[in-house]
Write a new protein. Structure first.
Length: 116
């Protein structure tokens, strides 16, 4: 898997999620500022894993994070979900899951409805 910079959609999603207020979010903002990503699933969906180079201070946030997203299609129907998982307090994976046939790409921020 190739480690790379986040795409604009990935960055928009994480920036929006981490602009919210929940336990441990400050440490996650610091982690995210230094994170690279890579595809974390072989099925063709947009799930990504986080890659860090060096020391990372853990967060006290729960996993999955308390803020989750529903992915809406152009008609406003829920077609999937997106959650962020930690491992030992460190950003680990963004899971993009589909409720319909076939995998979903990483969603645009406009197609996400937040739930918490
Ligand atoms: Zn997948």
């Amino acid at each position: 898997m190739i480690t790379r910079q986040p795409t604009s959609d990935e960055r928009a999603f994480l920036d929006a999620l981490l602009s919210r207020s929940f336990d441990g979010v400050e440490a996650l903002r610091i982690q995210w500022a230094d994170a690279l990503v890579r595809s974390s699933c072989e099925c063709g969906c947009g799930s990504i894993g986080f890659v860090f180079d060096g020391e990372v201070s853990p967060s006290a946030a729960s996993s999955p994070l308390p803020v989750e997203g529903e992915i809406l299609d152009d008609d406003g129907e829920v077609v999937g979900g997106i959650i962020v998982l930690l491992r030992d307090g460190v950003l680990d994976d963004v899971d993009v899951h589909s409720f319909t046939d076939g995998p979903l790409p990483f969603p645009t921020l406009a197609s996400i409805r937040w739930s918490e």
